[in-house]
Design a protein around this ligand. Structure first.
Ligand code: AMP
Length: 228
């Protein structure tokens, strides 16, 4: 099963992708995570991407598409049951490149799931995010603090990191980029019958349950509940 999670920054795509990855043996492919790894390693791509990411803008399509191609290539023939794209595609040219790539490999796309969240909620959600520096477990200043102060619930590590682009000013630019460049993908995927809408404002478990309902259902006939 191959999926795309669509939605603005802070909608919960990464969190839900991690849960789906475990439950369904899928492989999460997050272009944001891949770019952050490039930045951390100081590669040529990382050097080009860092300033763009810190401004909250989108990294050029050509860089993203070739990075993604390498990942999908790497996922082919492995034991995973498919992939979850998290943060890709973000522009219509990226979606077209993905279609072409999947067609070449005769790989189907099963669902495109939009997590719908109000802009006002997103700034607060994103500004409070932090993650365990060792295992990557996500936390939030208001909504999900570690059970024991300064200690990761999962691995016991005491070190945490915050993304440099998770500040109020950059978040606003990222939301603007979402509405201008990524939202046009919604009619793109609605037109081919793949788009399903989930209420991303609900509690995390409820969002997961809504996604599971989509995955359990059929797709492509254009009549199921939840379809855009
Ligand atoms: P994310 O972790 O998905 O929120 O992505 C963080 C940042 O990485 C974004 O604000 C963009 O600057 C960049 N980025 C991630 N994915 C893409 C993409 N598919 N296209 C262009 N830029 C991207």
């Amino acid at each position: 099963m191959n999926l795309i999670l669509l939605g603005p920054p802070g909608a919960g795509k990464g969190t839900q992708a991690k849960l789906l990855e475990e439950r369904h043996s899928l492989r999460q492919i997050s272009t944001g995570d891949l770019l952050r790894a490039e930045v951390k390693s100081g590669t040529e791509i990382g050097l080009q991407a860092k300033a763009v990411m810190d401004r909250g803008e989108l990294v050029p399509d050509a860089i993203i598409i070739s990075m993604l191609e390498r990942q999908v290539e790497g996922a082919t023939g492995t034991s995973t049951a498919g992939f979850i794209l998290d943060g890709f595609p973000r522009t219509v040219p990226q979606a077209e490149a993905l279609d072409a790539m999947l067609a070449r490999k005769a790989m189907p796309l099963h669902h495109v799931i939009e997590l719908q969240v109000d802009d006002a909620a997103l700034v607060e959600r994103i500004s409070g995010r932090f993650t365990c520096a060792k295992c990557g477990q996500g936390y939030h200043d208001r909504f999900k603090r570690p059970k024991v102060a300064d200690t990761c619930d999962v691995c016991g590590c005491h070190e945490f990191t915050r993304r440099s682009d998770d500040n109020a000013e950059t978040v606003r630019a990222r939301l603007e980029a979402y509405h201008r460049q990524t939202a046009p993908l919604l009619p793109y995927y609605a037109a081919n019958g793949l788009l399903r809408v989930v209420d991303g404002m609900a509690e995390m478990d409820t969002v997961t349950a809504q996604i599971e309902t989509v995955l359990a259902g059929s797709h492509g006939s254009g009549t199921e509940p939840g379809q855009a």
